[in-house]
Design a protein around this ligand. Sequence first.
Ligand code: IFM
Length: 789
Amino acid sequence: MVSGSLQEATDDRLVVKALLDLSAEEWLLRRKGFRNSEKSVQVNETLLTIGNGYLNIRGSLEELPPGNAGGMYVGGIYDKSEADVEELVKCPMWTDVSVWSDGCKFCMTTCKVLSHEQILDMKKGVLHRSTTLVNPAGQIVRLETARLVFMHDVHLGYMMVTVTPINFSGPIRVLSGLNGEVCNRGFFPREKLKHLQLERIERGRALMYIEMKTRERGIRIAEAASWKLVSPFMQSFAWEPRIYGEKFTSEISLEARQGESYVFEKLVVVATSREFVAEEMFKGTICKLKSFVRTGVVPEITAHLKAWNEKWKQADIVLIGDEKAQHAVRFNVYQLLINAPSRPAGIGAKFLSSEGYLGHVFWDTEIFILPFYVYNFPDVARNMLLYRYNTLDGAKKNALKMGCKGAKYAWESATTGEDVTPRFASKLERTIRLIYTGTEEDHIVSDVIYGVEKYFRVTGDDSFLVDYGFEMVFLTARFWASRVVEEGDHYEIRCVIGPDEFHEHVNNNAYTNFMVKWHLGLAVLLFKYMGRSYSGILDDLVAKIGLEREEVDVWLAISRKLRLTYDPQTRLFEQFDGYFSLKDYLVEKFDRKGHPVLPEGIDYSNIQSTRLIKQADVLIMMMLFPHSFSDEDKRANFDFYEKRTAHASSLSHCIHAMMGLSVGMRTRAYHYFMKTALFDLENLHENTALGIHAAAVGGTWQTVISGFGGFSIKSDRMVLKPWLPKKWESLSFCVQWRARTVEITIFHDRVALLVISDEKLLLPVTLYEKTWKIMTNKRYELPYCVVKR
Ligand code: IFM
């Protein structure tokens, strides 16, 4: 008979085991061996990032080997101080651990590494590490760690550290603390930028506390932690807390016995002054830690595993027959899951995985990343769009600064929405050159509105439109009306940069102009819709932003008469005025990784005078509005522009994958899909050290769902035009559409479909050319034949 407390202890052990046992191989990302190179260390750190959307932590080794770029980032915490512009702040670290024996630290670079592996368990959001080291004195130690931040309570973190002396007995010291001595990496080589200043550092009985404040905006970040030896039970060991300036170190020393494993646990709380008023920070954070310590980690683990399970239940994509693609897709979905903001916040171009692009928010967010959340977690999508609403004041200032009206979303956005694009290219591009994107890459304004419309179309969330969306659409439409130039019987937009950033200061970029045409048309429609359905609210809004009927008439006129150059003979859209007169070169050579090599004599100083482009431009316009262009037009433009694209941006491949599928260039499409899906896993642009390419991650999801799955929503119906590569036996995914759950499995000849809803409804579904009516809550298998192109 097992006693109550023994039973509880056994149950607790089972819960911890459920967390720490590795999931099946397809859910793991393994990084084996150690290469003592800065690049390799940092690539691993990026790939092994853990997080929960509130805070993310790079997968740095606990003892922080030379060349590391470890860091923890909390979404939305930016600071400028001496930096050129605001940047995402590196926060105090709590994952540092070091093990010492005989005055010698066990470290990857001063010891011999006998074995080493880090494993990211993507199913549970846990990072494992197992390393065996031998120090110069011949002492062998095995160090095992597991760390996570909780998904259900984003303020909590946990780490388990196991130290085993393999061939010796004697004193060892194991140190861990709270490290406020952190700096951002800065702009120039070896520059370091300090964004935090110490507010309070305290120790209690077995507790540590640090509170720091951003230097400019005064946002406080507090961390409280407990660090304990939990097994074996020992009568005598020493615990010594020490404070060195901005660093708290808690040292446990003990007499270790050969072969015995010593297990330490760290429980952590992270909070900011966005959750607690400054005076309550200390009390609030410490109380939370105490209650965490009191109830222990087990209930949190249970809730964490449940939260991850639910996330994967919604977002997992099962792709039978292509292990490599399956693993890569899981990795990309994992990234999207650990970066979902639980409060109104933007998502940076590198997620929260690093300081790359200074943590700024670009068009990547609405065009590449948002669709995943719209279709899987509409609340998260709403939070992302609320960030844009909350930054409208900044956007108004941006418009004013350039002598325009209304609101202009920033090309690079941070706290306020005022443009924070750096004026110079980063040191990472080696040469210093002026950046014009902040003043010219204005398509961002309509990209944000594209996100708003997509969110509304898929979720049907009228309240968002009423409370925020209408105002966003109208103020940005007003910006365009003041930005365009009237020329004879049409309108133009001059001096812009389109998605192809090789060509600056161009007039009438096709993508920009098409987006603006659509945006102004939408504003007119919504104005009418508001008049019909929300006349009272329209009156309030009209009063708030001073909107006049005549202004809306002007939007309609501009939308109709904005220039777009299309040649009916060739079916080509000219990317911008004069593009077709530029010197023509084709991309014909590729390097060993398959990247386009620029033709001889062409480099970034003269590429502007050629037709070579950096990334999809006209093609992204066609991808975003698939129903607005004929198959022939898509084909002609794909054939023309693909040959001239350098794919010098991670945003390019997924667009080519989706467009390739829509024009029947399926082998090319698969090639581009794998490039996108493996972008970081294979470090394709050699810059994964600087963070995850969030747009490629979102683009991977889109390519699977809208590309291979051929899934889209067209007004009241689902439209499916699937195509599976030969080796894929099936593709299964699940989406949310107007509070319904849609489960889809695609085979080569049929689609299995189930729409789960609280209501009994008959819904139209178009599968290739045929439209079916299906009942909610009933499983269907619909046959189809792939349309040949
Ligand atoms: O937004 C992109 C841009 O299109 C190309 N350069 C990188 C930016 C951030 O990802």
